[in-house]
Ligand binder design. Structure first.
Ligand SMILES: Cc1cc2nc3c(=O)[nH]c(=O)nc-3n(C[C@H](O)[C@H](O)[C@H](O)COP(=O)(O)O)c2cc1C
Length: 211
């Protein structure tokens, strides 16, 4: 087998997106919708619990296996297909995202349940989202974790601190209000802008604060 040189284009805009069963399903849909207009590729791993949240919040039943970009487009309108999304099975802990030999620019877990937060914090890699996050930490790649819960127990808070100390960016789904949101999508975009900023992307839906 011949050795292959890793070039910058191997990692340019190549991401892992983990989606779990915390409230805020639309943060994931909106991120996918916005990424679809940016050249690149993402491996998407979806927890089965996400579909329960999607049914409860979005009234979308039986979405398991459906293309998330199509669901997002039904909500937010048609977009381009510059970004290539590949679904990796949640249970397939042997998939490519489970290996440190693969090159990704960053991983984001959005929304992130307290259960996945705990598992990643304590290195319990029982599914592909948790394993890929574990690998992101050991490979010192950018890992963005977007937890959602309220109020937070001492255990949740300790897990977030430990995860931050391990190198992750802990970015709770807590949108600001100073951009004067006109609708709920403006709130999603506030957080998606911050996620994209930490993914290394410069696209913004909301004008950065000018002071
Ligand atoms: C409608 C609904 C909303 C939920 N919201 C949250 C939430 O905001 N935060 C959270 O930590 N768990 C929430 N849960 C519970 C998680 O789905 C549950 O802990 C699950 O085990 C998470 O597993 P996962 O991280 O592998 O998806 C919710 C569950 C349902 C059905």
């Amino acid at each position: 087998m011949s050795a292959r040189q890793i070039t910058q284009s191997d990692t340019q805009n190549r991401f892992i997106i983990g989606i779990t069963g915390a409230s805020g399903a639309d943060y994931a849909l909106r991120l996918i919708w916005r990424l679809s207009a940016i050249k690149g590729e993402s491996d998407v791993i979806i927890s089965p619990n996400f579909y329960k949240v999607l049914a409860s919040e979005g009234g979308i039943d039986g979405a398991s296996g459906q293309n998330l970009l199509e669901i997002a487009m039904a909500r937010y309108g048609k977009t381009s297909d510059l970004h290539e999304f590949s679904n990796l099975a949640y249970t397939d802990i042997g998939a490519r995202a489970a290996s440190g030999s693969q090159k990704y620019r960053a991983m984001v877990i959005v929304p992130c349940s307290m259960k996945t937060l705990a598992a990643v914090t304590h290195g319990l890699s029982q599914n592909l989202i948790e394993r890929a996050a574990d690998v992101s930490l050991k490979e010192r790649r950018t890992l963005i974790v977007c937890p959602r819960e309220s109020p937070l127990s001492t255990i949740h808070l300790r897990n977030m601190l430990a995860l931050s100390e391990a190198g992750a960016i802990v970015m709770p789904l807590m949108p600001g209000y100073y951009h004067k949101p006109q609708n709920i999508t403006d709130l999603y975009d506030f957080m998606v802008d911050r996620i994209m900023q930490h993914l290394g992307l410069s696209e913004r839906a909301i004008e950065p604060w000018q002071g």
